[in-house]
Ligand binder design. Structure first.
Ligand code: ARE
Ligand code: CA
Length: 478
């Protein structure tokens, strides 16, 4: 089901990776709602095995379907969905049900449950050995049976052909629906048969109308299927069920802004590049895997660590009418396994907000970077329009318009200034560039752009500037 049930005028979601539920609730009220974000992807909520040194990835090893993780318990989860929905922000849960945990001696979960992982016994569900596929390792991406019926990195693979297992998963997801979520990311969907996913999703309830969903609304589904081509399984097999993560988008946008492939070629970014149909795609510049070198995309991926190029890539994603965009919001890391900011007992630290609106305590909060949240507002302002007045210099400077509602330019050329008079498609007047500043109560802290009677404006992005973008739109008119 492809409708994300976002509120009108909201068009982008943010993954608040590893955030605690109470912090997410605060963020919905104090920032995401007011700044026009449509929803939040929440890290897996089901109780997970506690792994030594508390890496972030322990959350992908369920031990039960109790809501009990380092992000909080069921009461905190329920407070969050209530407060976020009230703020106009939807909640999507990262749902892990291809597998349970890998093997761990004396496995104990974040909610106190125990398991005998070697015997595949998870009494807190309960699942027993018979509820899993026979042990074998995923080691051949040319063989769909191997990918779907064997263990991904040693994670015990659930027998999704079983009615009992399907029922347990559906009960878990239905409980989350009852508590107010709008939908799910399906983790490791490539490792599940589309037919099994279809049966499980058909068992799901309609969304809970007490949270403002229309009656009969079906849960939004987006599936994690990594398809860069050349494997037995293709992303297309999943588009009947819901959206699919388009990893080609993530790796291609990274290569483009890194300069490996001049951005003039972004002119037909989307289907023209062999991606899924825009209406079937969940798009992103980086995700929690490929920002730390796993998953897919390798060294093409841009992250907060290459901040200037990253802001340009995220800005392009938000300005460009293809796919349903997800903004990443990270914690700082040096080691790829390192977990979220935590105290000495492994408890996740609160997100603190600095006077300049950025975050502290180890949280990056890319979604609070002015260039990013102002481009979310840009996307909301131009919703429903298509691209016109494309311009490029034949290399790494581009500009385009969105149906009389917004204009954006990018200078991705190293050491070369952009100084051009360009067709903007906006009505005559003075506009505030929402990248170099913000338009607050009619006063602009950034560049001011004058659009003449002919719709043209002088656009300047110097190579030495902090940002390689310039963006103006109907709501930034002074
Ligand atoms: C951890 C340890 C392992 C250990 C295991 C069990 O790292 O060494 O064996 O625990 O104890 C995350 C981490 C894993 C972690 C796992 C469980 O990334 O390192 O294992 O949690 O804690 C494939 C899958 C794709 C998957 C990526 C990472 O197809 O679904 O690998 N992504 C999702 C999540 C991950 C999560 C899981 C799935 C598991 O987003 O965060 O793993 O729930 C090609 C193929 C891809 C393949 C890719 C990498 O590109 O096309 O399909 O992706 O290679 O192998
Ligand atoms: Ca499987």
């Amino acid at each position: 089901q492809k409708d994300p049930h976002t509120l009108p005028g909201r068009s982008a979601v943010v993954h608040l990776f590893e955030w605690k539920f109470d912090d997410i609730a605060e963020e919905c009220e104090r920032f995401l709602g007011p700044f026009g974000f449509a929803g939040v992807q929440v890290s897996p909520v089901s109780e997970n095995v506690i792994v030594e040194n508390r890496p972030w990835y322990e959350r992908y090893q369920p031990i039960s379907y109790k809501i009990a993780t380092r992000s909080g318990d069921e009461a905190a989860f329920a407070r969050m969905t209530q407060r976020c929905n009230n703020a106009g922000v939807r909640i999507y849960v990262d749902a892990v049900f291809n597998h349970m945990s890998g093997d761990h001696p004396n496995a104990v979960g974040t909610g106190g449950s125990t398991a005998n992982t070697y015997n595949k016994e998870y009494p807190a569900v309960p699942y027993g050995n018979n509820d899993f596929n026979p042990t074998c390792a995923v080691n051949n991406y040319q063989d769909a049976n191997n990918v779907r019926n064997c263990e991904l990195v040693g994670l015990h693979d659930l027998k999704l052909s079983s009615d009992y297992v399907r029922g347990k998963i559906a009960d878990f997801l239905n409980h989350l629906i009852h508590l107010g979520v709008a939908g799910f990311r399906l983790d490791a969907a490539k490792h599940m048969w589309p037919g099994d996913i279809q049966i499980i999703t058909s068992k799901l309830s309609d969304l809970n109308i007490t949270y403002g969903f229309r009656s009969g609304a079906r849960p939004f589904i987006y599936q994690e299927v990594i398809d860069l081509g050349g494997e037995a399984i293709s992303a297309k097999e999943y588009v009947n069920i819901g959206l699919v993560t388009e990893f080609k988008y993530s790796s291609s946008i990274g290569s483009a802004f890194r300069g490996d492939n001049p951005i003039k070629y972004l002119k037909n970014f989307g289907e023209g590049w062999g991606f899924l149909n825009g209406g079937d795609s969940l798009v992103f510049v980086d995700n929690h895997d490929n920002q730390r070198g796993s998953g897919a995309g390798g060294s093409s991926i841009l992250t907060y660590k290459q901040s200037k190029l990253y802001k340009m890539a995220v800005g392009f994603m938000l300005a460009w009418p293809y796919g349903f965009p997800r903004v990443m919001s990270s914690f700082f890391f040096d080691d790829k396994d390192q977990g979220p900011p935590a105290d000495g007992n492994g408890n996740t630290l609160n997100v603190v907000i600095n006077p300049d609106m950025t975050c502290g305590n180890g949280w990056v909060c890319e979604h609070r970077w002015r260039q990013i949240y102002n481009m979310v507002a840009f996307r909301n302002a131009v919703e429903g329009t298509s691209v016109n007045d494309w311009w490029d210099n034949g290399n790494k400077q581009i500009a385009f318009c969105r149906g009389g509602k917004g204009f954006v330019a990018f200078n991705d050329e190293f050491g070369i200034d952009m100084k051009q008079t360009l067709q903007t498609c906006l009505s005559p007047g003075t506009y505030c560039d929402v990248i170099s500043g913000t338009n607050k109560g009619g006063s602009c802290s950034g560049k001011q752009i004058t659009v003449g009677g002919d719709g043209k404006a002088y656009i300047e992005i110097l190579s030495k500037e902090d940002d390689g973008i310039l963006a103006i739109h109907v709501n930034s008119k002074l």
